[in-house]
Design a protein around this ligand. Structure first.
Ligand SMILES: *Cc1c(COP(=O)(O)O)cnc(C)c1O
Length: 517
């Protein structure tokens, strides 16, 4: 075994980890290459480029900060550096390699047309501090995307600048706080259902509210009676995810919104799952006051290591005046203006401040608008329909081997939810998830939502074909059957990944984050 691969990967079979596979001289197996840390590969005295020798740096006011010794960085030649990162990239699973069934994450194909448009120099090379007259096209992208988001959601306005879903939640709650301040009220409680994504209670707490949990009904939806009981003069609002994280449509949302409004509160909707209803349902019609849209989920801009997020927040007429700066308006001269100061522009007179330094994620705006325009309104509706169809296909083809706790109450929306109940004694969701890695698939979301014990949440999205889904389903069914039959080898899966089963508790409690040479 070579130095690089010391202690590294070796394909093994069976519970004992013993292998029928012969040892290779290199320590690598086939084209599955082991890779050392860059600090182990490089050397301080190696350099990939030739620099002119510098005797003495020119004197400047910064001279006192000059390094006395070389930085402790690994030097590599260009081919070594290229190979290192290319080898690492091959160990990464990506949506461009296969299905990424993470429930709630909407990992869908990113059309390459988006990339072509985002790379046009007029979009890619603009600077946020350029004079506005020179970036009218870029500002028009923001304006057109804003118009689409408002039309698709049936809301009054949109704050474009938040940079992810959780950032959008913060923006929405700060709008609610500003609206309450304007009313001279200090309501300090936000109600959040048990099944909510962790960012919801975290955001509410971060924004200074007290979080109270609302239970779910046995069919996986918000318990409306329990929610109504909690409403009162101290409740600033509710945060409800629709469709929710059990993959179900909250059919009582309008009733909930009416009750919350009657009690003087506001309705925040977590719109991360908008992919299931885009073009079908307008949240504005359901009484929503604020909702973030994850452009990186519904509108296909890359995420999960592939690109930054973007989380514009659509707002009702009640909250629109408090939206943060900046915003785009069209002047009487027909030009588009990015309004950066408070007290300007009708409808936004009481902006609560800013969320970001500039205007938001320009590259993601360009990709999302490209996606929207290339689909059109009818195409977007079909996206939602196909996403729901695919999820129901997974649900109905697997529910005989994995219990689906809420499947009796009807079809699901964009994601299928299973539980570990019924697996053999000692087998759990983790065994199925790790087994999927050996099968060549990224695992589904596990142990979320918390309302289902050993939850497995699968969101195929509309971009998987039936043939692709059938392959995934065959693997999932096989794993479920092995776990029901008590196949012990599943406990040590994955067997074929560069690393075997990790001690996740240890990794979380005692993370080793610094390389020691
Ligand atoms: C993804 C997600 C979020 C958070 O969005 P980010 O863009 O990751 O910050 C919030 N709620 C739900 C239901 C989500 O799926």
């Amino acid at each position: 075994m070579n130095a690089v691969n010391a202690g590294g990967w070796k394909p093994t079979m069976g519970e004992t980890g013993e292998s029928a596979v012969p040892q290779t001289a290199s320590g690598d197996y086939g084209l599955m290459l082991e890779e050392a840390l860059i600090f182990e590969l490089g050397a301080k005295d190696k350099c990939g480029v030739d620099f002119e020798a510098v005797d003495r740096a020119p004197a400047s006011g910064l001279s006192k900060f000059l390094r006395k010794s070389a930085p402790d960085l690994p030097g590599l030649t260009e081919p070594e550096a290229v190979r290192h990162y290319t080898r690492l990239s091959r160990q990464n699973y990506a949506i461009d390699l296969g299905p990424f069934p993470l429930g709630s994450c909407t990992m869908k194909h990113n059309p390459r047309l988006n990339e072509t448009v985002a790379r046009l120099p007029g979009f890619a090379d603009v600077h946020p501090m350029q004079p506005q007259t020179t970036v009218q096209g870029a500002l028009e992208v923001i304006e057109q995307l804003a118009d689409w988001l408002i039309a698709l959601t049936g809301m009054a306005s949109v704050a474009m600048s938040p940079k992810a879903g959780a950032h959008g939640e913060l923006c929405g709650l700060l709008c609610i706080r500003a609206a309450l301040d304007a009313r001279g009220e200090t309501r300090d409680v936000v109600l959040v259902p048990e099944s909510a994504h962790g960012t919801n209670p975290a955001t509410a707490a971060f924004a200074g509210f007290k979080v109270q949990s609302i239970p779910a009904t046995p069919d996986g939806r918000v318990d409306v009676a329990a929610l109504k009981e909690k409403l009162g003069p101290n409740v600033a609002g509710v945060m409800i995810t629709n469709p929710n994280t059990c993959g179900l449509f909250e059919s009582e949302l309008k009733t909930i919104a009416d009750a919350v409004h009657a009690a003087g509160g506001y309705v925040y909707c977590d719109g991360a799952n908008f992919n299931a209803i885009v073009g079908k349902v307008r949240p504005g019609d359901l009484g929503v006051d604020a909702m973030h849209i994850n452009l990186h989920k519904t509108f296909s801009t890359p995420h999960g290591g592939g690109g930054p997020g973007a989380g514009p927040v659509v707002l009702s007429a009640a909250l629109a005046p408090f939206a943060p700066l900046p915003f785009v308006t069209r002047g009487a001269d027909g030009g588009i203006h990015l309004v950066e100061e408070e007290n300007r522009g009708e409808g936004h007179s009481q902006a609560f401040g800013r969320m970001v330094a500039f205007h938001g994620q320009m590259g993601m705006f360009t990709r999302a608008l490209t996606y929207i325009l290339s689909h059109g309104a009818d195409g977007l509706r079909q996206v939602a329909e196909d996403a729901v169809l695919n999820a129901n296909y997974v649900l109905r083809t697997c529910e005989d081997v994995l219990p689906a706790p809420f499947a009796k109450s009807g079809p699901c929306m964009h994601e299928a939810l299973f539980s570990e109940a019924g697996l053999a004694e000692g087998f759990s969701t983790l065994d199925i998830a790790k087994g999927l890695i050996d099968e060549g698939f990224h695992p589904m979301t596990v142990y979320f939502p918390l309302v289902v014990k050993g939850a497995m949440l699968i969101e195929p999205t509309e971009t998987e074909s039936k043939a692709g889904l059938d392959r995934f389903i065959a693997s999932l069914r096989s794993l479920a059957e092995r776990a029901k039959a008590g196949d012990q080898s599943l406990h040590s899966a994955p067997h074929f990944a560069p690393r075997r089963r990790l001690d996740e508790t240890q990794a979380a409690r005692k993370p080793v984050l610094v390389w020691q040479g």
